[in-house]
Design a protein. Structure first.
Length: 397
């Protein structure tokens, strides 16, 4: 049976450990001790006057989110091309010199709303502007429940499918033959204009494991036709914090700042809006075989849906405790090597400045920056780097 844990200044004492310490500290009674002596509190130096009470475990809360899938025109380059200012070979093809200053595609993404009317989009705080195309951050502490009131404002069939948390069959958000029927299948494909409530639980197995810090990253995404749904833009992050280690909003107490980056290749030839964005030919053919050049032109090597340095710059201060959450998309090309210039991170008890991500990966790395300045943050796979999977971060004094 796991110990209940409470914090006392700079150390943590488990209930079972505390009880053992008390037993060791109290000497065994002699055979001649009277019942009165056995029950009298011992008050001499080094002995406890009374047992230390164990704080009760705080019950979990239900965290409610109003999330909708909306159609948008997404600009991968809102500030223009090659914002980072990387040198390019003279012979290299450069769309920006041909007058193509913006890469805009019609997409569907998740938005958070203020309430069940779905009339007002919840403003995204400045510290989370870098989330870009990603859906709203969902937070919870181990022991909580998550209730998602979901509205489909698109003309597609879409869902919300979560990784890592616990759910019943009516909250899985994925369609396949699973011997369920009727209302239990409603979550598998929310129709255009429809609303559905997903309920996810957060048991111990959804939180940090033995090798993790105080919080872990999961993701959620649409899972009707999974590859097309994700390439269309329906993906978002979820952070689960260890029991007792969370602030009221669910964020970890031992971290000063958090940043989330999705190393995401969006294949616009495998989107629900391919015909709208590229043309009928792209929709009706398998471009990997029939026209790989056209497909390559419509692969967007992004970080959070931004390419070529357009990601809003993550900003931190020297000496702060920074937590980076990294994830990736599901295309076979989504094999990445995230690299920080100027500083190192700790992952799995190892110091490093690169971190490997395979398709649909989720990883957490901690940083205590000691080098000030504006630094490059990019994928080290050559095609991805030259294709625009590049950003910057800043460390202030």
């Amino acid at each position: 049976m796991p110990s209940r844990v409470f914090r006392s200044t700079d150390f943590v004492v488990g209930t079972s450990a505390c009880l053992m310490a008390c037993l060791i500290a109290v000497p065994a009674l002699s055979q001649n001790s009277t019942a009165k002596n056995a029950t009298e509190p011992r008050t001499h130096e080094g002995m406890h006057k009374a047992a230390v009470p164990v704080p009760p475990i705080k019950p979990g809360v239900t965290r409610i989110y109003y999330i909708a899938a909306d159609e948008v025109d997404w600009d991968y380059t809102p500030n223009g091309r090659n914002v980072v200012g990387l040198p390019r070979p003279e012979a290299a093809e450069d769309e920006s010199t041909a007058g193509i200053q913006h890469r805009v595609y019609h997409k569907a993404i998740y938005h958070e709303y203020t309430d069940q009317t779905f009339k007002i989009i919840q403003a995204r705080p400045q510290q989370w502007e870098h989330l870009g195309i990603l859906g709203p951050l969902i937070r919870a502490e181990v022991g909580d429940s998550i209730r998602i009131i979901f509205r489909n404002n698109t003309h597609l069939r879409v869902t919300m499918h979560a990784h890592g948390v616990s759910y019943t069959k009516d909250a899985e958000g994925a369609m396949y033959n699973d011997n369920t029927s009727g209302s239990v299948k409603t979550d598998d494909a929310v129709l255009p204009g429809g609303t559905y409530t997903y309920i996810w639980k957060v048991p111990e197995r959804s939180g940090p494991g033995p090798m993790d810090g105080s919080s872990v990253l999961w993701m959620y995404h649409s899972h009707f036709v999974e590859s097309m749904d994700i390439n269309t833009g329906l993906i978002g992050p979820m952070i689960i914090t260890k029991k007792g280690e969370a602030n009221p909003d669910g964020s970890p107490k031992d971290v000063n700042r958090e940043f989330i980056t999705d190393y995401a290749i969006f294949d616009e030839t495998n989107s629900w809006f391919t015909e709208h964005n590229i043309g009928k030919l792209a929709k009706t053919t398998r471009l990997k075989i029939s026209d790989p050049i056209l497909r390559e032109k419509n692969l967007l090597y992004s970080i959070n849906g931004y390419i070529e340095g357009n990601l809003p710059m993550p900003i931190m201060r020297k000496g702060e405790r920074i937590r980076w959450y990294l994830l990736s998309n599901s295309n076979e090309e989504d094999v990445h090597m995230a690299h920080w210039h100027g500083n190192t991170v700790t992952w799995n008890s190892m110091n490093m400045d690169t971190l490997f991500l395979g398709p649909m990966a989720m990883a957490v790395a901690d940083m205590t920056p000691d080098s000030e300045g504006i630094w490059l943050f990019h994928c080290h796979v050559n095609d991805h780097y030259s294709g625009g999977m590049v950003a910057r971060y800043q460390v202030l004094p």
